[in-house]
Design a protein around this ligand. Structure first.
Ligand code: NAI
Ligand code: ISE
Length: 344
């Protein structure tokens, strides 16, 4: 069976996902698309998936009887509406991160999914599918590093688009570390603190950049993350786990070492598209396979909610200058289940 997918949002990652879902991965085809910028949606359809129907609205994609499952790749503030509509229509939905832009909106999704009695939602936290993070997690889980004590990370982007505003360094970028470190350490967060170092001259006037974010986990592990989104040299994701017995490093992306012009050098990637290309492929291939057997085993709506609560605490910490406690209610038993194939 070929899974027929409708995609809402044909911008940067929408185009990437349409291309992989339609042309590269096995067992899926894109049959419907929409973007609020209809001209763009039409142009993307012509280029990548000519037979797809271009809908005037995202809701049209969700209710299209030809669509088996929905992929949401529109801007964050639109996610809640399209994910709730997919749940109401009884269709599995893969939603890019963040699940929604407020914790309250994420909770609405959690509540709707729990009330539906079925697991419909997967959030696009693709780092859980990255080979490097998986190898690092194996080192932690098999005890080779001893008990983790500290984690040092960096999340560097060379630049950000105009729509990137306000506290998106936390809610849109750092949200990846929030999710992947919780998964890596199998731990929850209890407090957040944010420090603003001297601002870079490369940043727009309305953005704070960089940020230093400190998290404390329930087990007492201390995490520091530098988020620097106008880092001129490139896209660079670093993670170092310091354990009682050893230190584990996230592997660098593979690249050829060259000797040229009196230099030894490695290429540095310039964006997330190439840095995580394999992770997106694995993430969506596993999602296709899960959906086909009526399952969802990737990051859940609860994980999306947890990330959003943590991000909100970080935003409060940034603006208040205080250490903010992170309090999350009891996880519904609905999310305790062990999926048939717990991939991530
Ligand atoms: P983008 O701005 O390139 O594309 C978003 C598209 O959504 C635009 O074409 C816009 O016109 C469309 N859109 C906005 N409102 C809409 C509505 N009501 N209905 C239909 N379409 C609408 O942004 P980008 O970079 O593609 O990001 C999209 C989402 O994907 C964001 O949530 C972002 O955080 C996430 N993302 C995830 C990445 C990852 O590594 N997992 C990487 C990049 C983005
Ligand atoms: C972007 O939206 C992504 O999700 C990328 O993975 C992240 O590195 C970048 O900072 C975000 O803006």
């Amino acid at each position: 069976m070929t899974l027929k997918i409708g995609v809402i949002g044909t911008g940067a990652i929408g185009q990437e996902h349409i291309e992989r879902l339609h042309n590269r991965l096995v067992g899926s085809t894109v049959v419907a698309v929409n973007d609020i910028n209809l001209d763009q949606a039409r142009a993307v359809a012509v280029r990548l998936t000519p037979a797809a129907r271009v809908h005037e609205t995202g809701q049209g994609v969700v209710s299209d009887p030809n669509v088996d499952a929905v992929v949401v790749t529109s801007w964050g503030p639109t996610h809640e509406e399209f994910v709730l509509a997919s749940i109401a229509a009884g269709k599995p939905v893969f939603c890019e991160k963040p699940l929604a832009t407020t914790a309250a909106a994420c909770l609405n999704i959690v509540n709707a999914e729990v009330a539906s009695g079925r697991h419909f939602v997967q959030v696009g936290f693709m780092r859980r599918y990255d080979k490097g993070y998986r190898l690092l997690k194996a080192q932690i889980d098999n005890g080779n590093l001893g008990a983790p004590l500290m984690v040092h990370c960096a999340h560097r982007n060379p630049s950000v688009p105009e729509v990137y505003a306000g506290d998106m360094a936390i809610t849109d970028s750092f949200v990846h570390e929030i999710d992947v470190l919780r998964w890596l350490l199998d731990d929850d967060y209890v407090s957040a603190q944010v420090i603003l170092p001297k601002k870079t001259r490369h940043s727009r006037a309305d953005l704070d950049d960089p940020h230093m974010i400190l998290l404390e986990t329930a087990k007492g592990i201390r995490i520091d993350v530098e988020v620097f989104v106008n880092c001129p040299y490139g896209y660079d994701i670093q993670c170092q786990v310091v354990g009682e017995d050893g230190v584990g490093y996230l592997p660098e992306p593979m690249s050829v070492l060259t000797r040229k012009d009196a230099r030894l050098s490695h290429e540095i990637l310039q964006d997330w598209k190439l840095r995580f290309i394999d992770s997106y492929d694995v993430e969506l291939q596993e999602w296709i396979e899960a959906v086909k057997i009526g399952e969802v085993w990737g990051p859940t709506a609860w994980d999306g909610y947890f990330a959003s609560v943590t991000a909100e605490a970080c935003v409060e910490a940034k603006h208040s200058g205080r250490i903010v406690p992170i309090k999350i209610g009891q996880r519904p038993a609905f999310y305790d289940r062990k999926p048939k194939r717990a991939a991530a």
